[in-house]
Write a protein that binds this ligand. Structure first.
Ligand code: ZN
Length: 112
């Protein structure tokens, strides 16, 4: 019975880490995207329309995605304590650390 309970808990952590893995991937893709996309899509459009408006629009759009996925990663909830993994509960504005290797609230190690 105890074994079953522990197994269930690990499975729910696993779900959380899968979620974190996906958010991290989206974050890096959007980060690389916001550097590359203006060149890959924006530059040809600039030549096509002979205007710098498309590159501006594409840059702003990719920045929006970058912030969206950045926030998405920052808002990741710890699978154990359900608080924000990368920020301290009582210190929401100064306590962000997106590269933290453990939960800033309960200390749960990443990927464990
Ligand atoms: Zn936690």
């Amino acid at each position: 019975m105890h074994y079953m309970k522990r197994k269930d808990m690990n499975e729910s952590y696993e779900k959380g880490w899968g979620d974190l893995r996906q958010r991290t991937r989206q974050f890096w893709f959007s980060f690389i995207g916001c550097i590359l996309v203006p060149f890959i899509i924006g530059l040809p459009l600039e030549r096509l329309f002979e205007s710098s408006t498309p590159i501006l629009v594409v840059s702003v759009l990719s920045l929006v995605f970058f912030f969206k996925y950045g926030m998405n990663l920052l808002m990741f909830k710890c699978p154990r304590c359900q608080s924000n993994f990368f920020s301290k509960k009582l210190d929401a504005y100064s306590g962000y650390n997106i590269f933290s290797r453990k939960c800033l609230n309960c200390g749960l190690q990443k990927w464990h």
